[in-house]
Design a protein around this ligand. Structure first.
Ligand code: SF4
Length: 304
């Protein structure tokens, strides 16, 4: 059987992460997303190949002895980690041995409709769920879910979960050209996301060869779409070589921009020209804006 533990890998959004792969031997997922980095596969609603909790815990214990400078332990899978049938027991066991590291899960969000899964996720420090579309047609086209998985139920359950969950809820949107890159889709997403109220929204596009013939959107379009999401902290995954369009803003314009939507350190580096950065620094020193770290990423908001 392939390795259950992988990494650590440096992730820009979560820091140094030690990964746990709950489906190391094959892809087991309830979606068959067009953009998946794994090969396309028929979606399933159950895992067939299951690693024992003992094996995961033993492997994690050994890895934690070797790697004592990580930020997060990440539950993931070649597929969907919430399909793992012993997830609740596993999370309880990991919480006993994880020391001060945060536990993170990367899920496609479909299982959130199950209240038992919600209870399990409530014991995880950082929960990252995907939500690529708010409308049924778009959802089916991009995520190609198992049978009767319904986006309206997922959205309702995300709203309910967000109300009582005490950890850091992050929603990720992956944008694919010609599917969820329309203004209308992002306007719908904006309304839904503002109801769910995650602490951060991560927006990205395809950056590895996808399972099906689909394309990424340009960085300019990704940035443009990200501004359709109002009020929330939005982290855009800019390509490393993307220089951005530099703008000049006066003091009032900077404050106005930040009052509409918190700006991440990447937004500032990407879209402020040098003089605007100096003005921004001065406003920060005057304490008219404040810096907050949201699950590992620096954001700036207007002071209360
Ligand atoms: S949810 Fe993740 S693993 Fe499953 S098909 Fe989509 S991208 Fe692939």
């Amino acid at each position: 059987m392939s390795e259950v533990i992988f990494g650590p890998v440096n992730s820009r959004r979560f820091g140094k992460s030690l990964g746990i792969d709950l489906s190391p031997a094959l892809k087991q997922c309830n979606f068959d997303c067009v953009y998946c980095e794994l090969k396309g596969a028929k979606p399933v609603n159950k895992m067939q190949e299951i690693v024992s909790v003992q094996k995961v815990i033993d492997s994690l214990k050994s890895a934690l002895i070797k790697h004592n400078d990580i930020d997060v332990i990440t539950l993931t899978a070649n597929g969907e980690p919430t399909l793992y049938p012993y997830l609740d027991e596993l999370v309880r066991e990991i919480n006993k041995i994880k020391q001060n590291y945060k536990l993170l899960i990367l899920s496609n969000g479909a299982s959130i409709v199950d209240v038992n899964i919600q209870k399990t996720l409530a014991n995880i420090d950082i929960v990252k769920l995907s939500l690529d579309c708010a409308s049924a047609k778009c959802f089916k086209k991009i995520d190609r879910p198992y049978n009767d998985i319904n986006i309206d139920n997922i959205i309702d359950s995300m709203k309910k979960f967000s109300k009582y969950y005490k950890g850091s809820l992050i929603i990720e949107v992956l944008v694919v050209e010609g599917i969820n890159d329309k203004d209308e889709e992002f306007e719908k997403l904006n309304l839904v996301l503002n109801d769910i109220k995650p602490i951060r929204v991560d927006i990205s596009t395809i950056d590895r060869p996808p399972a099906y013939k689909v394309k990424q959107v340009s960085m300019e379009r990704l940035e443009e779409l990200s501004y359709k999401i109002k009020s929330l902290c939005v982290s855009v995954a800019y390509r490393k070589d993307y220089k951005g369009i530099k703008n000049s803003f006066n003091k009032d314009e900077i404050l106005n921009l930040i009052s509409k939507r918190p700006q991440s350190i990447d937004d500032i580096n990407m879209s402020f020209d040098d003089e605007t950065k100096v003005r921004f620094k001065k406003i920060l020193e005057e304490k008219k804006i404040v810096e907050n770290k949201i699950a590992g990423i620096r954001f700036y908001t207007t002071a209360e």
